[in-house]
Design a protein around this ligand. Sequence first.
Ligand SMILES: Cc1ncc(COP(=O)(O)O)c(C=O)c1O
Length: 494
Amino acid sequence: MQISIELDSDSQQSLQNQVFESIREQILTGNLKSGMMMPSTRLLNEQLGVSRNTIIHAYDRLIAEGYLFSKKTVGTFVNPNLPDVSLRLMREVSSNTIQQTKYSEEQIYKRQPVAFQGRVQALFNPHRDQLDVDFWVGRPDPKSFPINIWRQLTIKNLAHSGSSMTEYHDPAGIYDLRNAIAEHLRPARGINCNPEQIIIVSGIQEALNVVSRVLIKQDTSAVMECPCYQGAAYVLESYGAKLHPVPVDNEGLDVSQLPDKETALAYVTPSHQYPLGATLSLERRLRLLDWARDTGAYILEDDYDSDFRHQGSPLTAVAGQDKYGYVIYMGTFSKSIGAALRMGYMVMPEELVEPARTAKALMDNGHAWLDQAVMMEFITSGAYLKHLRCIRRTYLSRRDCLIEELQNNFGDVQLSGLEGGMHLVWHLPESLPEAKEVQQIAQDAGVGIYSLPAAAAHDFGKKGYRERALLFGYSSTTEEKIRYGIARIAAALK
Ligand SMILES: Cc1ncc(COP(=O)(O)O)c(C=O)c1O
């Protein structure tokens, strides 16, 4: 037998969830009668054109929640003894159906408007499981995660945790970790700060939320690099900010185009501009600081991948050059250790420490104690620096290999973003199709490369880079795969 289920491939809901919801609803409305035999998972997966596992998992959930039951070797059936909660839902559904005759649709389905409006940044490729080689951006090598030491430190800290796991802690983070980060930042980024200025967050994304909470009201003006990181643009916009795009070129943000009018902040990625990869020149850094002092705006420095500097000496962070406290600095362990750790930090100018600490407390009462304790020891034991030294070497070789392969296969390629970070940008020659098309051709050949919008970059609808720039992350794939992947793209483009 067939049952009617409509799936929407564009829906935010997984296919499994859609199958689950559709069957559940049909049971509750009586379309699927109590005791009725359900189609086999094989039949349904053929009918719907989805994987059998999707159907199996949806059935499993329906069985677990009591809507279906299965008889070994016979089949799966609609449960004639539906659980109480389902019967209540069923009564609600049928009373709604009766009311439909009396009231208009809007009245029956009236809901409070959703106050929140936002877009979500593209942080993973939904097709990545189908790729042989993925040049996805900004991922550490999975093999580099320091699993042994992390395990040891976790076990050790748990064993001596006392009441630490049951207490609330300072929402700004445990002092020893903040101190360890302050000590690390001094030589690494030239930033001279007190531990009290540091707030531990669950990555730069949360830091952006804290800053927005503290500085943004409806229509507050915020300068953004154009193009910029989607995650930053979307979060500021979701708090009501009016974004003011300022173009970037091969020296980073074009500071000559900064606005004179009142601006709350300027979001910048000076070490390795995201997405195009330029390093903000020293002269522009100083002019940016002057602009902040003249206008009173804060500079929001996103230093996401500055741990990797492949050529030239590392420039001090803008926060390290700031004498007057205009820079809010944001760092993350997502790129140097692992994005799933969800840990980062912000260094606040003195007058913003308390508002930021309060905003963080209101958001989540502070970061998980165990993760902080482990991170603290990882840094103070010297293991973090050792880990960084090791991955820096690996990423540099991978970068070199990628440059060489692009040159071998495509000749005189125009690249940007080579000096540091974990990705580079290929500016396509006129002889090749547009970036989106090249991305699709490569994907069909099993290789993931990314145009700006696919790689979480926002360009405010401006033409140029979107059509001609392709991003290649090289940190999480091997040199062997890099060679293979680039050769595959070259063959597919011929
Ligand atoms: C420029 C930039 N900033 C911030 C982030 C996010 O960092 P986190 O994982 O710390 O939230 C990313 C992630 O790719 C990024 O590219």
